[in-house]
Ligand binder design. Sequence first.
Ligand SMILES: [Zn+2]
Length: 319
Amino acid sequence: MFRNTAVLVIAALTALATFSPAQAREQKQVAITFDDLPVASTIQTDEGWAEITRKLLGTMKRNKLPVVGFVNEGKLYSNDKLNPKRVALLKAWLDADLELGNHTFSHRSLNSTPLAEFQSDVLRGENILHEMTKAKRAKLRYFRHPFLHTGRSLETRQAFESFLNSHGYTVAPVTIDNSEWIFARAYDNARDANDLDAMNRVAAAYIPYIESYFAHFENLSDKLFGRQIKHVLLLHANAINADHFGELVAMMKKRGYKFITLEEALTDTAYRSTDTTTGAYGISWIDRWALTRNVPAGFFKGEPRTPEFVLKLAGVESG
Ligand SMILES: [Zn+2]
């Protein structure tokens, strides 16, 4: 009897010893962020935007996802007048206990806009957000660069980052970058053409496409850090996600992901890696850290491609 118990204890300890590292490897974590709020779509009606918002927030609530949404305040205006129905969409995000961040007023690129102009677009983009977050006793604390463009020169980049700092903002990096916006455009175009079959084909390709980006950046994370860092996923507040975000969430759960806040993700020491990249492209922070470390070109291989039929439907040449 005693002998059997001892065997069981040893078996349990062995199981624990082999289980722990595996579990650590499987405990992947991701913070989900949505850009271009309230809505990025060819749908332009207030009712259409309300429906997209309702569906997105429904999926977030059902799955208890601590999402941060990045706002372009310029989109709150209809014919140069503040549209209360659009402001109400942002309030719905805050009422769902989600956080909002600044994505500039008019979504220009820091790579092609003079720094002073760009900075005033950031300040213009926080007027309503400030009021709304204050009413919620919350703080406006994150900034996401449009197009992930962080400046063509190190000088611009650093000057802008100290500007952000002095205005209380933290940059919201992205690790799982992707071209989901091309799928969103293809989906919008198919719907606008009443082509239900094309919508379904785009949606069917969308989930495996985003999953392939997870696989890609998990691989780069392993190669660069020897572990899975706490990831940040970039998506947009669009129609394809209104209809299919739930399937994406299921895919992430199946891959072993736990959903964390952006604040929690940024506690990962990976985000303190040196990044001196500048250039024309908006890329993942994993790519930036790798470029800063001068990794060989082969390091980046295997980046997923957008299927031809999706590019064609979206009217985009490559992605
Ligand atoms: Zn954007």
